[in-house]
Ligand binder design. Structure first.
Ligand code: NAD
Length: 357
């Protein structure tokens, strides 16, 4: 097994896409969603000690590229992630990502990982963790509008963490719904394919919106949302990119990750800057109330925050020893004399000449 040791800190454990898939298959996708949710819960409960900043975004007409950093004082982490809704038309994904954890004491990276798949897992685990605190008691049925890359992960997280057994699917692209149904076949969820957003939300306790469009879209209008529903709004995560009609927001109790970021990127960019919101971590520590009555509409206005990526990377790092699914990358220069970086290069030239190259 490849194993990093204290004597080869220049070798950074790297989790490739192939490694990640093997970790998921060996741990089991639902176990992994539950495991990541536990790490998320631990980190949300110590929210105050983290360095926090809205993510650093570089916008273009086609999409956005973002850096998402945080630190708990001992470990530093960041994710590189893009969001390009038109990518799927040319066979590329809307969201791709990779991430790093580093030791704060030395500044040396201790993990480099693919995060395209891991982002889908952490987003789904975060959604289900939020719903566990906010959904109406005994929820069994979820509508999911948008059946793309994130959708199966969302479905399985809600099954494993919230006990959802019925899924009502709708996507403007029927092929996306077919794909989602096929992938979830035999996994213990009763699936209904719907022909409109309106039909999809009928009888649902939870509504997940997870569409991709770089505009202020109206996936849900006010009349579609009955009292007592929990809304898990995932796809509105950029300035100028929302999914819900403003009137729904005005009827809902709104929960967010990190207000300074969500006010720029979330559904609440449609509201005044002082519109009241509750931070999810406070509900989890008991510092704030969650749902206060059965008829209330609760809304998790998710945009994805750096601490969630940090938790997911922490989880992956803790799986390396048992799964052995990583490679050591020769990523950090390691001269014998730390100040003789140039000499190391010269010696490499000598070694190359010795080989007659
Ligand atoms: P995707 O492109 O794979 O899937 C999006 C799906 O939405 C597609 O199947 C598309 O046909 C469908 N869609 C678009 N407009 C629709 C509409 N009006 N009605 C119904 N369906 C519609 O994208 P993805 O990777 O699944 O991501 C979905 C969204 O989630 C993106 O906007 C992404 O930025 C966002 N996201 C948010 C977080 C978070 O933490 N909040 C994390 C990851 C992704």
């Amino acid at each position: 097994m490849n194993k990093n040791t204290s004597t080869d800190l220049n070798l950074v454990p790297f989790v490739s896409v192939d490694n990640m898939m093997k970790i998921i298959l060996s741990v089991g996708v639902e176990n992994m969603l539950v495991g990541i949710a536990e790490y998320l819960e631990d980190d949300f409960k110590r929210w105050e000690l983290f360095d926090k900043t809205p993510r650093v975004a570089s916008h273009s007409n086609e999409g956005v590229i973002e850096l998402m950093p945080t630190s708990d004082g001992q470990v530093y982490g960041f994710k590189y992630v893009n969001g390009h809704p038109m990518n799927t038309k040319s066979g590329l994904q809307t969201v791709t990502a990779f991430g790093v954890l580093s030791d704060v004491n030395t500044g040396y990276p201790i993990l480099l990982s693919e995060m395209t798949i891991l982002t889908a897992l952490r987003t789904a685990a975060t959604s289900a963790m939020a719903a566990k605190y906010l959904m109406p008691k005994g929820s069994k049925c979820m509508a999911m509008i948008g059946n793309g890359a994130q959708s199966e992960f969302q479905a399985l997280a809600f099954k494993a963490i919230c006990g959802i057994t019925e899924l009502r699917l709708y996507d403007i692209d029927a092929q996306a719904t077919e794909k989602c149904m096929k992938n979830l076949q035999g996994l213990g969820i009763n699936i209904v394919k719907c022909d409109s957003e309106q039909t999809a939300v009928e009888g649902a306790d939870i509504i997940t919106t997870v569409t991709a469009d770089k505009q202020c879209a109206t996936i849900l209008t006010d009349n579609m949302v009955g009292s007592g529903v929990h809304i898990n709004a995932i796809g509105g995560d950029c300035p100028g990119k929302t999914e819900l009609h403003k009137d729904i927001l005005l009827r809902s109790k709104i929960f967010v990750e990190y207000p300074p970021q969500t006010r720029i990127e979330g559904e609440i960019q449609q509201l005044d800057d002082d519109h009241p919101v509750t931070e999810l971590w406070q509900v989890m520590t008991g510092a704030a109330e969650g749902r206060t009555d059965e008829k209330q509409i609760t809304l998790f206005d998710s945009v994805g925050f750096a601490i969630e990526d940090f938790s997911a990377l922490r989880y992956i790092r803790d799986q390396l020893e048992t799964t052995g699914q990583f490679q050591n990358l020769d990523m950090l220069a390691d001269p014998d004399d730390p100040r003789d970086l140039f000499g190391m290069v010269l010696r490499a030239k000598g070694a190359t000449s010795d080989k007659g190259e």
